[in-house]
Design a protein around this ligand. Structure first.
Ligand SMILES: Cc1cc2nc3c(=O)[nH]c(=O)nc-3n(C[C@H](O)[C@H](O)[C@H](O)COP(=O)(O)OP(=O)(O)OC[C@H]3O[C@@H](n4cnc5c(N)ncnc54)[C@H](O)[C@@H]3O)c2cc1C
Ligand code: SF4
Length: 482
């Protein structure tokens, strides 16, 4: 049996930074079969426990090895509505791959040898996107649980607020069972972070469009530019005849550092920066009228996926604007503690993003016109583990130094979007503004109102958001058809 993992093809490093084209090209059929055949088909497949939605990974990998792609697709779709998306963005090295028996004991993330489950999932998802449509899938006896697309349920209507992975997944689960679903989305395009946050070079928008079209084919209506809490309240939705409501509001409000000078010109939150680039196509300026002042020396503060996406987007914008690339990520711990996906850290490094570890920003410095010209930082050292289990970052007094910069992107976390919860006082929230739910049913303090995704428990992952949405949709189905 082959020991070495099959390497996934990527566009070469020089080409990458000249555009927003997808970097990872995925497996060919031959490569997928080779990688699938590496799977040991363990008696007790621990990988399944590592997947937040419990995909039967062993089964779908075996189906690929047998060239039964339709079977593999149906196996995945029983648990995961969006394999092409998860196969691209899932932090598999902390989830299913970490639980693969080929990962060395005690590793903090998956070993290199672990089966590339996410690339195999992507292969199957992309195959399905070309070969299977919603109607054939709904009637396919191989897909358990969704074959009973039953149009008599059409008199039951559910409103979904928010069209991120949580909202889309909940809508899909309900629509596949014949329930009428309307999604309300405040932005002008659906997708949530998948649309406005994650750049094309990781998740092409066509993939997202294809998954959303699939939902539309199932009869899901999507109302964009529609802010629930402003244009309609939760009460009004019920009065209009919805039997249940799912809230997938996300965590769309950026956190700032709270240090001096943070309101100077040319300091962006990563959310604003990425929204301008991804949702409003700033990289296609002047075809799209979205100005974005791109600096010559750019600093990105943070160590998560958002920081990597912002840094890699900023570097591409410099190259596309013929500016010598100069992007540095500042992180207060070391590389091992960075929460970003390992693949994205490696890609950022390969593309020329510089990293400065054990650094804490102290104060932004301006020129006479109020534009940013530098950032004073302190060096840090690692201390004892904190509540998150990671070693604390401890600033060293007197170690301050100045970094010259003319553009800073702050990517240090996101908080709950409280627009709706503030005008719905009966909806109980915790001290962070996250909605409190019964974790078994995902029901909120308001009868027949359910919630899931980042608005419950804070920033998570796409597949965790979908896992919660699946739980909520199961509760909604129980409620409508006891
Ligand atoms: C830049 C970035 C990169 C990331 N990369 C990854 C990654 O690689 N892998 C991964 O697994 N996770 C990643 N994440 C995290 C992941 O995207 C989130 O966990 C996930 O999107 C949460 O899904 P959600 O549906 O709860 O919320 P969101 O995706 O935030 O969607 C919420 C939607 O609700 C809408 N909305 C909010 N309030 C209202 C209202 N009152 N009325 C109508 N609409 C409303 C918002 O406009 C938004 O479209 C990333 C996050 C960011 C920001
Ligand atoms: S959805 Fe994510 S965690 Fe689950 S098998 Fe796919 S890559 Fe792994």
């Amino acid at each position: 049996m082959r020991k070495e993992p099959v390497k996934v093809k990527e566009i070469n490093i020089e080409e990458r930074t000249k555009s927003f084209k997808e970097v990872v090209l995925g497996y060919t059929e031959e490569e997928a079969i080779l990688e699938a055949k590496r799977c040991l088909q363990c008696k007790n497949p621990t990988c399944i426990l590592g997947c937040p939605v419990g995909i039967d990974i062993k089964k779908f990998i075996n189906q690929i090895a047998q060239k039964d792609y339709e079977g593999a697709y149906c196996t995945i779709r029983e648990k995961n509505n969006f394999p092409s998306i998860c196969g691209r963005v899932c932090p598999a090295e902390y989830q299913c791959r970490k639980a693969c028996v080929l990962t060395k004991r005690g590793s903090i993330f998956a070993s290199f040898e672990a089966i590339n489950i996410h690339f195999l999932e992507r292969f199957v998802g992309d195959w399905g996107m070309i070969n299977i449509n919603s109607k054939s899938e709904a009637l396919n006896p191989k897909v358990k649980g969704i074959k009973n697309l039953n149009l008599k349920f059409r008199d039951k209507r559910v409103a979904v607020v928010g069209s991120g992975p949580a909202g889309l997944c909940c809508a899909g689960e309900l629509a596949r069972r014949g329930i009428a679903v309307d999604i309300y989305e405040s932005l002008h395009k659906p997708g949530g972070v998948l649309r406005y946050g994650i750049p094309n070079f990781r998740l092409p928008q066509e993939i997202l469009d294809s998954e959303i079209n699939y939902l539309r084919e199932l009869g899901v209506e999507i109302m964009t530019n529609f802010v629930i809490g402003k244009l309609k309240t939760v009460d009004e939705l019920f009065k209009e005849g919805y039997s249940a409501i799912f809230l997938g509001l996300g965590a769309g409000i950026p956190t700032f550092l709270g240090i001096k000078g943070e309101n100077l010109c040319n300091i962006y939150s990563a959310n604003e920066f990425l929204t301008r680039v991804n949702l409003m196509f700033a990289y296609k300026f002047p075809d799209y009228h979205t100005p974005l002042n791109i600096g010559e020396r750019i600093i990105v503060i943070g160590g998560g996926n958002t920081a990597m996406d912002a840094a890699r987007s900023a570097l591409r914008l410099q190259v596309m604007n013929r500016i010598k690339p100069d992007v540095t990520i500042l992180y207060r711990r070391t590389e091992s503690e960075m929460p970003a996906r390992r693949l994205e850290i490696a890609h950022a490094q390969e593309e020329g993003v510089k990293f400065k570890f054990l650094v804490q920003p102290q104060e932004f410095v301006s020129d006479k016109q109020g534009f940013l010209k530098g950032l004073v930082c302190l060096e840090c050292k690692l201390g004892e583990p904190d509540d998150s289990g990671r070693p604390k970052s401890i600033p060293v007094p007197g170690s301050d130094f100045l970094l010259e910069t003319d553009l800073v992107i702050v990517a240090v976390g996101l908080r709950a979007n409280q627009l709706l919860t503030r005008v719905t006082p009966e909806l109980k929230v915790d001290k962070y503004g996250d909605i409190i739910v019964n974790p078994e049913t995902m029901e909120t303090s308001l009868k027949n109102v359910f919630a899931g995704g980042d608005i419950v428990g804070g920033e998570g992952t796409v597949i965790e958001a979908m896992g919660m949405a699946k739980k909520a949709s199961a509760s909604i189905i129980n409620l409508l058809f006891p």
